[in-house]
Write a protein of this length. Structure first.
Length: 81
């Protein structure tokens, strides 16, 4: 599987709080896909308390940044809001 097929429909989003850059896509109002091509989020690392950060459901700051990007049209949302 190629990298482009894995990243299809994802757009770059930067967290308004910490500046971490991710690739994100909204497939529905409730579902968001996030790929972490760069460093990890300090909030997730702190919340993980030594566990893998992937086990932490979300960072509220990043979630808000992604939602704002979708609302402002900077992130393609493949659903009608």
């Amino acid at each position: 599987m190629s990298d482009s097929s894995l990243l299809g429909g994802l757009s770059g989003v930067t967290c308004d709080q910490c500046g971490v850059a991710v690739l994100a896509g909204k497939r529905s109002a409730m579902q968001t896909s996030v790929q972490w091509p760069s460093g990890s989020c300090a909030v997730l690392l702190s919340s993980a308390a030594g566990r893998p950060p992937a086990l932490v459901p979300t960072c509220g700051f990043l979630r808000d940044s992604i939602d704002r990007a979708a609302h402002e049209g900077r992130l393609d949302a493949s659903y009608d809001s």
